[in-house]
Design a protein around this ligand. Structure first.
Ligand SMILES: *[C@@H]1O[C@H](CO)[C@@H](O)[C@H](O)[C@H]1NC(C)=O
Ligand SMILES: *[C@@H]1O[C@H](CO)[C@@H](O)[C@H](O)[C@H]1NC(C)=O
Ligand SMILES: *[C@@H]1O[C@H](CO)[C@@H](O)[C@H](O)[C@H]1NC(C)=O
Ligand SMILES: *[C@@H]1O[C@H](CO)[C@@H](O)[C@H](O)[C@H]1NC(C)=O
Ligand SMILES: *[C@@H]1O[C@H](CO)[C@@H](O)[C@H](O)[C@H]1NC(C)=O
Ligand SMILES: *[C@@H]1O[C@H](CO)[C@@H](O)[C@H](O)[C@H]1NC(C)=O
Length: 689
């Protein structure tokens, strides 16, 4: 009853036990699977260790040492039935094994001795040698002792001539000797084309190996492939061998490795084994991960830095776009087709912006009726420039004006401030001039605390220079250019204290673009010729009038119109005339000269000034005539005709305002427009300083 019961249940128990063994990697029927070795119970010796994440690390950075890892229990390799019938005729069983390994060298491309899968009669390999012996054998072990030998599949990464190795990267089948029965260069045959593809064993990448023994064909096959490639159909090595003569009844299976002198890790990631059938497949995705190679912190940094850098890059790109748009707006210019012909005279706003440090206040040279003037240095040429920002709100006439600016740019005279070019923006025009190191003349004339009072010789030199410049404008250039705004503040002094006339023609900007029916009078109070006020028509002689006032201004050190202590307006021309009538014309000379001057020269200049500022245009000399007086300084001073009564009329005009004057001149032809429109439309621009 009990025997019957037992017979009935034995097969069930066997099935259960074998299933449990397989699952746990046990040894029930000699079949096992290790997806990583964390829970495995391997027998380790030497350097071998299992890492925390389940890698079997056969070697570490210890030199000339060996390592072994065995499946804990021995397996029965010889057929039981055959052994029972005739022990000497026992047949080795078919088996298959598969494992994934990686050789990771501290120096890429350079590696130590390799590793081997082995089937050994004993798990005690204490007498084996390290180094090229791979921990399998020693120098004297050779001849098989009693039939039980070591079968090994070596993955060798060093070429040892003593073992007749074929290369430093080969796979071999060894039986009790490190001289392989057969060795092949590491690689595999592609299933598709059958072509051989070489693999580098020490590439630091995991690779899979299959070892299959067929007891009927008496053949052992070794196949190698990268982990991403499934088992190739054609094995790398197919070697005829009858393992019946090699195997003992029970054999240990495992791995062996040894180090020499190069720091190398030999890892096994997973392993499966089976008798009489293919080895259970390994799930590559479940195998433990190899440690990172190379300096760890760097790769970690890369992990963090890469996404961060990407984010930064995107942010930078967005910022760059915003900046480009902002910059486009900030440096926006107005440029029209017709300006193409003026190309060379056109400056980029960006350059002017850079030159003046963004029109910073500290670069401001002065503020005038026409705009603000900034000092700057052109980025490329290092040329010092003065940039005048002139606002204009009328588009009308700008074309003519720019054409004029460009033609003015062609004027070349040592006593003119060179206009270098222009730039145009919305509602704004920028004129670029040579920089005049010593600023404007009026500063030297009127700053009472100025220690830089000009000597008479200097003043005369400046006067001659301005006269020469004005003559060039009026007569010596291809066109007649009327300055329209001659005055001390428009005379600039260069680094050599030479007088140069600036701002010529600029007054026309306010002439252009206004209602052509009315002509605005442009100029500065005190310098305006009577007929200019009346007719609004600028001529070379209206310039001469202003030049005359300028002569008196420089000689007397007084403004054209001053307010005296009794709050009464004093017109300079009248004041000098009075001195002249009283026979004391020298009394009009600037007291700061302290009498140090040539009396004849001062007399000449003052008389010339009066003559030029004559109220009647036809009584004024031309600039050429003026030049003659100046050049022959000692020739008799011009004789003043007795028509000076008219000066008082001008005095009335300039002291009591224009309204009464204009109204009292109904006979003037051009003046009618002005009168009909009324005084309110008349714009008198003055520098206001
Ligand atoms: C290598 O492994 C052996 C055995 O586990 C250990 O004693 C030795 O300290 C290890 N050496 C290094 C450098 O990790
Ligand atoms: C591991 O194997 C050894 C010997 O093979 C055995 O004594 C031990 O009990 C095993 N341990 C486990 C946890 O299986
Ligand atoms: C065992 O096999 C050998 C040869 O392989 C043979 O000589 C011998 O007779 C056999 N013995 C038995 C009991 O079959
Ligand atoms: C291994 O074999 C040697 C002799 O060859 C012996 O001294 C040693 O104790 C053995 N080791 C084990 C763990 O059995
Ligand atoms: C070499 O190994 C064999 C076993 O394979 C052992 O009998 C012999 O003593 C070893 N020789 C040395 C020098 O360790
Ligand atoms: C070994 O490879 C050969 C082809 O080279 C093949 O015919 C044979 O079936 C293979 N044996 C095993 C056990 O895979």
């Amino acid at each position: 009853m009990s025997a019957k019961f037992a017979v009935h249940f034995i097969p069930v128990l066997v099935v259960v036990a074998s299933a449990a063994a397989a699952a746990a990697g046990g040894n029930g029927d000699g079949q096992f699977t290790y997806q990583g070795f964390a829970t495995a119970n391997l027998t380790l010796d030497g350097l071998a260790a299992v890492t925390a994440n389940g890698l079997l690390a056969l070697t570490n950075a210890t030199y000339q040492a060996k390592a072994h890892a065995f499946h804990p229990a021995p397996l029965r390799f010889l057929g039981e039935t055959a052994a029972a019938a005739n022990a000497s005729a026992a047949v080795a069983r078919s088996f298959s094994t598969s494992f994934v390994f990686a050789i990771v060298s501290g120096y890429d491309g350079l590696s130590d001795h390799g590793l081997a899968f082995m089937v050994a009669p004993t798990a005690n390999l204490s007498t084996a040698n390290a180094g090229q012996y791979l921990g399998l054998l020693n120098a004297t072990s050779g001849a098989a002792s009693g039939g039980a030998s070591i079968l090994a599949v070596e993955l060798d990464t060093i070429m040892n001539p003593e073992f007749r190795d074929i290369s430093s990267n080969h796979v071999g089948v060894d039986v009790n000797s490190l001289v392989s029965m057969q060795a092949q260069p590491a690689g595999y045959y592609g299933d598709g084309d059958g072509a051989f593809r070489e693999l580098r064993l020490n590439s630091r990448k995991p690779m899979q190996v299959w070892v299959d023994y067929d007891d009927e064909a008496k053949q052992i096959n070794v196949t190698l492939s990268p982990v991403k490639v499934s088992k190739p159909k054609k094995p790398l090595i197919s070697q005829a061998i009858d393992l019946s003569t090699v195997m003992a009844e029970e054999m240990y299976v495992g791995f062996s490795s040894a180090t020499g002198v190069v720091f190398t890790h030999h890892y096994v990631l997973g392993w499966s084994f089976s008798f009489d059938g293919p080895a259970p497949p390994l799930d590559i995705s479940k195998l433990p991960v190899l440690p990172r190679v190379g300096p760890k912190p760097r790769s970690k940094v890369l992990d963090i830095v890469l996404p961060l850098a990407t984010a930064l890059l995107v942010a930078a790109a967005v910022a760059a776009v915003f900046f480009a748009v902002w910059r486009r707006r900030r440096f926006a210019e107005v440029r029209e087709d017709w300006e193409d012909e003026f190309g060379p005279h056109r400056f980029a706003y960006k350059d002017l912006f850079r030159a003046t440090d963004g029109f910073k206040e500290r670069n401001l040279l002065g503020v005038g009726g026409f705009g603000r003037v900034y000092r700057g240095v052109l980025p490329e040429s290092n040329l010092e420039i003065a940039v005048k920002r002139v606002s204009h709100d009328s588009r009308q006439g700008i074309r003519e004006f720019v054409a004029e600016v460009v033609s003015i740019g062609r004027l070349r005279h040592r006593n003119l401030v060179q206009l270098l070019g222009y730039c145009r923006r919305k509602d704004e025009l920028l004129l670029v001039y040579d920089y005049m190191a010593n600023g404007s003349l009026d500063k030297y004339l009127y700053e009472r605390n100025s220690t830089t009072t000009l000597h008479w010789a200097e003043r005369l030199w400046i006067i001659k220079g301005v006269a020469s410049g004005l003559l060039y404008l009026h007569e010596d250039w291809e066109q007649v250019v009327i300055h329209r705004d001659i005055k001390a503040s428009n005379v600039l002094l260069d680094s050599a204290m030479k007088g140069r006339l600036g701002d010529f023609g600029l007054a026309r900007l306010y002439d252009h673009g206004t209602d052509p029916q009315t002509t605005h009078v442009v100029g500065t109070m005190g310098y305006l010729a009577p007929e200019l006020v009346r007719t609004g028509k600028a001529t070379p002689l209206t310039d001469v009038f202003a030049f005359g006032v300028f002569l008196l201004e420089v000689t007397c050190g007084r403004r054209p119109i001053e307010t005296d202590n009794d709050n009464k307006r004093v017109v300079l021309v009248d004041w000098v005339l009075e001195h002249h009538r009283n026979g004391s014309i020298f009394g009009a000379a600037d007291p700061r000269l302290m009498g140090k001057f040539d009396a004849e020269e001062v007399s000449l200049i003052l008389k010339l000034g009066l003559m030029c500022s004559h109220p009647l245009p036809r009584a004024r000399p031309s600039m050429r005539k003026v030049m003659q007086y100046l050049e022959h300084g000692r020739q008799p001073a011009p004789d003043l005709s007795p028509s000076y009564v008219s000066y008082s009329m001008m005095a009335i005009m300039q002291s009591e305002g224009f309204d009464s004057y204009v109204m009292s001149e109904p006979q003037s032809t051009m003046g009618i427009n002005t009168v009909s429109v009324g005084a309110s439309s008349m714009t008198i621009l003055s520098e206001g300083r």
